[in-house]
Design a protein around this ligand. Structure first.
Ligand code: ZN
Length: 262
């Protein structure tokens, strides 16, 4: 909190500050902020999303949890360490401003949004989140994977990099088989790293038939029914940049990324 310039107790050196005096600042609307926490799969993003929600809720703030497609296939944010919270499933066509306005119209508060699997948002939805922050003072916390199996930004992640006030790498190191930090999610088919194919695969798994499934939602193997690789078993493995580049899965191919707390 900046001291009020009319306060006789205020520091006179404030006059040199680049921050406008309180009177001038009244003309500048308060805005919410848009943050993007990103990291490779298995780095603990969903756990952090639930922790951020808990911290705000404890302060008496009211938030809405959104998810584009959780690994569980249900409308909830579920972390790998077992904590789960109900969430609103967001379709590609959903207008996030409308979702928040509907809550307000029903007399509910919305102080903040938690968005998990934010890489699957459409760029237009990220624009809507920025508008909610700027014009409606809603704080938005997005969590997601930055890059796809080709090492390129997901459309939603790309727009978040462009618009977010803050970009925060999630500070849990996921390790490549060689021990270096793993920043890339390689798609592995029949023991080989593949670099071609759909960004988001259509999976045909037991309880989520005909459901869009992205790489972060993959729990173990999935059967691809997408273009060109019908019937092949696909999995994802985290790799460091060098081994992602070389397509080198190491001698213990099949071992998923291991967690180490930084
Ligand atoms: Zn490596």
């Amino acid at each position: 909190m900046q001291p009020d310039s009319t306060d006789p107790q205020s520091d006179p050196t404030d006059a040199l500050s680049a921050v406008p005096a309180a009177g001038a600042r009244r003309a500048t609307p308060v805005t919410g902020h848009l943050r993007f926490y990103y990291g490779p799969m298995d780095c603990g993003k969903s756990t952090l999303a639930l922790q951020v929600d808990h911290n705000h809720a404890r302060q008496g703030r009211v938030g809405v949890l959104l998810v584009r497609m959780d690994r569980s296939g249900r409308p909830q944010i579920s972390s790998r360490i077992g904590i789960t919270r109900p969430a609103v499933e967001v379709s590609a066509a959903a207008d996030l401003r409308g979702l928040v306005r509907a809550r307000w119209a029903a007399g509910q508060r919305v102080d903040y949004l938690i968005v998990d699997e934010a890489q699957f948002l459409t760029p237009a939805q990220v624009d809507q989140l920025a508008e909610l922050a700027d014009d409606y003072q809603v704080d938005v916390y997005c969590f997601g994977i930055a890059t796809d199996f080709q090492g390129r930004l997901f459309p939603g992640a790309s727009r978040l990099v462009e618009l977010a006030d803050e970009l925060r790498p999630v500070q849990v190191d996921v390790l490549c088989w060689c021990g270096l930090p793993a920043r890339f999610n390689a798609r592995v088919v029949a023991g080989q790293v593949v670099r071609e194919g759909d960004t988001v695969l259509v999976a045909d798994t037991a309880d989520t038939a005909d459901t869009e499934t992205g790489q972060s939602t993959t729990e173990g193997d999935e059967i691809v029914s997408g273009s060109g690789t019908v019937g092949a078993t696909v999995r994802y493995q985290v790799l460091c940049r060098r081994h992602f580049r070389l397509g080198d899965l190491g001698t213990t191919s099949g071992v998923q990324g291991q967690l180490a707390f930084a």
